[in-house]
Design a protein around this ligand. Structure first.
Ligand SMILES: Nc1ncnc2c1ncn2[C@@H]1O[C@H](COP(=O)(O)OP(=O)(O)OP(=O)(O)O)[C@@H](O)[C@H]1O
Ligand SMILES: [Mg+2]
Length: 292
């Protein structure tokens, strides 16, 4: 998979000519309560520029909630988010593209009535205003813009080896291909920060290895926050890992530090382990000893 073609300088849509990532995401003291349920209590993490930051923990630990705070889908009860040195208040999902942030959600989330190419083109709007319809109709403003947009969408699909599906509708494609298209849609805006919630779910071992290669390759030009259950992938691609359990941070560090942290082993052993999680990979323990 080759690097995504740079948009032409004249387009004015990509202010970052230097692709070395420089922006840092800092989430500090994040707490979230849903009614009486404390989903997160005082959780902090920093995604350093160009790093892949893993967010792991047993089922119900609060990973998706933290992810949703980062992309504006959930409002934190307490805490602050600083991105590019500025506090993000009242962050809304529609603002993400303009901030240089892109995400893929746990499901696939493609528009069924648009072709693969159109789906990816919709993702290209750094300045999308109010979501889908304005993204589709407000821009591009000229044939030249549209041609450039199309070129970038084709390049993004090419990076995911999915350009052959450009004219197809998502519903007619196998799930792993749909996931690649969703990733192409996130990449086409050339984000500085990519948020991924369980990108490996539903993938085969080979596809997961390719995904790992891709994430490693992307981190040269963007930062990545990765929520994932597949420990082999997490341990392979992450520079830094934050571990949650019952809404609290129980460990953080390099993959090796986290792997050797007794609190982490304890959290996974004490929980009904998701069948996609291999505890023996996580902590070097005998996976056969876990309950659940
Ligand atoms: N919208 C919501 N309303 C009420 N409770 C919620 C809501 N979303 C999450 N929760 C609760 O918050 C806690 C954390 O959930 P979250 O989905 O963030 O966990 P997770 O780590 O992503 O789990 P999984 O590995 O199963 O995806 C859980 O107790 C969950 O039941
Ligand atoms: Mg989740």
């Amino acid at each position: 998979m080759g690097p995504l073609a740079q948009p032409p300088d004249s387009s004015g849509s990509t202010p970052h000519q230097d692709r070395s990532p420089t922006a840092r995401l800092e989430m500090t003291g994040i707490s979230v309560a849903f009614g009486g349920v404390k989903a997160l209590t005082d959780v902090s993490l920093t995604v350093e520029p160009g790093q892949v930051h893993g967010l792991i923990g047993p089922n119900g630990a609060g990973k998706t909630t933290m992810f949703n705070v980062a992309c504006g889908l959930v409002r934190a009860t307490e805490g602050r988010i600083v991105w590019r040195g500025q506090e993000l208040r009242r962050l809304r999902p529609a603002q993400l593209a303009g901030l240089g942030i892109a995400r893929t959600l746990q499901g696939v989330g493609l528009f069924p009535g648009l072709t693969v190419l159109e789906n990816v083109m919709v993702g290209a709007h750094r300045h999308a205003r109010a979501g889908f319809f304005s993204a589709l109709f407000a821009v591009p403003t000229s044939d030249a813009d549209e041609a450039r947009l199309r070129e970038r969408a084709v390049a993004a699909l090419g990076e995911l080896d999915a350009e052959g599906y450009a004219a197809r509708y998502p519903g007619s494609l196998p799930y792993p291909v749909q996931k690649r298209v969703a990733l192409a849609r996130a990449l086409v805006s050339e984000p500085e920060l990519l948020l991924l919630d369980e990108p490996a779910s539903g993938l085969s071992e080979d596809e997961m290895r390719e995904l790992g290669d891709l994430i490693g390759h992307l981190s040269g030009r963007m930062s990545v926050l990765l929520v994932e259950h597949h420990m082999d992938l997490v341990m392979r691609v992450c520079d830094h890992i934050t571990v949650l359990d019952s809404g609290k941070q129980i460990a953080a560090g390099t993959p090796q530090q986290v792997q050797n942290d007794p609190a982490v082993t304890e959290a996974y052993l004490g929980d009904a382990v998701d069948d996609t999680t291999d505890v023996s990979e996580l902590a070097g323990t005998d996976g056969g000893t876990h309950r659940g």
